[in-house]
Write a protein that binds this ligand. Structure first.
Ligand code: DER
Length: 232
């Protein structure tokens, strides 16, 4: 499909930033999967020598499958580059991530990198964040109380919507790699993302939200015709 081709084009363009000797954060999602496959090809065909730090168990499995040496973030300590997808990016390159349920490890790995490159198709570009539901990782203990406190906190926030839903995986709550749950905040429009991020992470039981503020260094947008555009 044109969207899938666009994701591949963005991934291929971003793979050019990766050089032998680098420790590379490997993102999660369908676009990031293309990146992992591209890097695997470069390792096999071009002798690229890198160590990959995955942002989810499924990315770790794919990286091993394509022949990338996988190490933990603790072994890597710091990364040269992190390449990951996003659900939305705005003109300031602030992001909403977490559609794939991995934003906690993604945010830790992105923050532990010298540079974070986001790879997307054009549908992720927005003027203002918030059309995509904002993921919030919460611990299982008292999650329904946490949900109520989040709903109350949203009343004072510069947002349009306030509906909060528990992310399900079939007929059971979704469980993250850390064994936590995810609440999706249907806000429609986020007027002040920096403030919202700070308020949400103060709430007891909240582990991390999917707003990436001042973390992304460049966005590579792929198009179905093979073009790639870099915004930084
Ligand atoms: O869950 C995530 O953060 C993913 O990176 C998501 O934001 C993008 O997933 P996609 O590349 O499948 O659209």
């Amino acid at each position: 499909s044109p969207i899938d081709k666009a994701k591949f084009v963005a991934a291929k363009r971003a793979a050019q930033y990766v050089e032998s000797g680098m420790k590379v954060g490997l993102g999660t999602g369908s676009t990031a999967s293309w990146l992992v496959k591209c890097l695997g090809e470069m390792v096999r065909d071009d002798g690229l020598k890198i160590q990959g730090v995955p942002t989810s168990s499924r990315t770790a499995a794919l990286a091993r499958e394509v022949g990338i040496e996988v190490i933990s973030l603790d072994e890597a300590k710091w990364l040269d580059i992190c390449i990951d997808g996003a659900d939305e990016f705005d003109p300031n390159l602030n992001l909403i991530k977490g559609g794939g349920g991995a934003h906690l490890q993604e945010k830790i790995v992105a923050t532990a990198s010298d540079q974070m490159i986001v790879i997307t198709d054009a549908s992720k570009s927005v003027e203002t964040l918030g059309a995509f539901p904002l993921p919030l990782e919460v611990i299982p203990f008292g999650w329904q109380t946490t949900k109520t406190i989040v709903e109350e906190a949203l009343v004072g926030m510069d947002v349009l919507g306030r509906n909060v839903s528990l992310r399900m995986n079939g007929d059971a709550p979704y469980v993250t790699d850390e064994g936590n749950h995810i609440l999706d905040l249907h806000l429609n429009r986020i007027g002040n993302a920096r403030q919202l991020s700070l308020v949400l992470n103060q709430i007891p039981g909240v582990v991390e939200n999917g707003l990436f503020i001042d973390i992304c260094d460049a966005v590579v947008i792929g198009y179905g015709d093979g073009r790639a555009e870099v915004r930084d």
